[in-house]
Design a protein around this ligand. Structure first.
Ligand SMILES: Cc1cc2nc3c(=O)[nH]c(=O)nc-3n(C[C@H](O)[C@H](O)[C@H](O)COP(=O)(O)O)c2cc1C
Length: 216
């Protein structure tokens, strides 16, 4: 049950040394590949990192977060801004069933549907939004595979504007073209629960849910 996985999952920041099997890592990646996205644009690419030197660089990119530096595996979850270019966006729209030529032209040229028509900020926000779905799906599948995962967003990238030097080094190391950016790191491994499991701290149900009208 998905809700069971959600209820029992937490951000894991301590790992055993053993590297998870490729089958488990591939199940996690598959969950990300199958995530929903805006008009099915899928503006993402995931890079699996096991190399210690690259993991260390990712640790620097996260401003020295220990669980990143000590991670057995990291998936660098990248946004692909080129997916929103007019040509690529058009291809995605044209691949959809049942759209008339007029509807296709409308979608491709509408700032409501094509963030490229709104400018770079909208492209960044929409890319972030899509990658977020993929990362959430991957994190849940990691827990479903009895792995531990932590989503790490506090890194040097276009969103934080921090750590420009490390960011450049990381982009070079991962061979990322200009139109791609690491949005999150998904840190993965077998959880070390020797110090227990943290309590899930969330707002109460009624604090975050209303019916028909907002009520406090
Ligand atoms: C978008 C995003 C970015 C996050 N970035 C970090 C991070 O940089 N470092 C970290 O240790 N945890 C990070 N987290 C994990 C959150 O701190 C964690 O989900 C939250 O405190 C709730 O705890 P739980 O996941 O254990 O229930 C991030 C979570 C999300 C969704």
């Amino acid at each position: 049950m998905v809700l069971d996985v959600i209820q029992n999952s937490y951000s894991v920041r301590r790992f055993k040394e053993e590297i998870p099997s490729d089958d488990k890592i591939n199940a996690v990646l598959e969950a990300g590949r199958l995530a929903p996205s805006w008009i099915n644009v899928q503006p993402w690419h995931n890079i699996v990192i096991k190399d210690k030197e690259t993991i260390n660089l990712m640790g620097q990119l996260s401003n020295g977060q220990k669980h990143v530096q000590n991670a057995p595996v990291i998936i660098a979850c990248c946004g692909d801004f080129s997916a929103w270019s007019k040509d690529n966006f058009r291809k995605v729209v044209e691949a959809k069933d049942g759209l008339t030529p007029e509807k296709i032209e409308f979608l491709v040229n509408s700032p409501m549907y094509n963030p490229g028509e709104r400018g770079v900020d909208a492209v960044l926000f929409r890319t972030l939004e899509q990658v977020t779905y993929a990362v959430a799906y991957m994190a849940l599948e990691a827990h479903n595979q009895d792995l531990g995962a932590c989503i790490v967003g506090a890194i040097g990238n276009k969103l934080t504007g921090e750590l420009a030097d490390v960011r450049e080094k990381a982009k070079q190391k991962l061979n990322l073209p200009e139109y791609m950016e690491i949005i999150n790191l998904l840190v993965l491994g077998y959880p070390d629960q020797s110090r227990g499991v943290p309590k899930k701290v969330r707002k109460d149900f009624n604090q975050v849910v209303s019916h028909e009208k907002y009520s406090k």
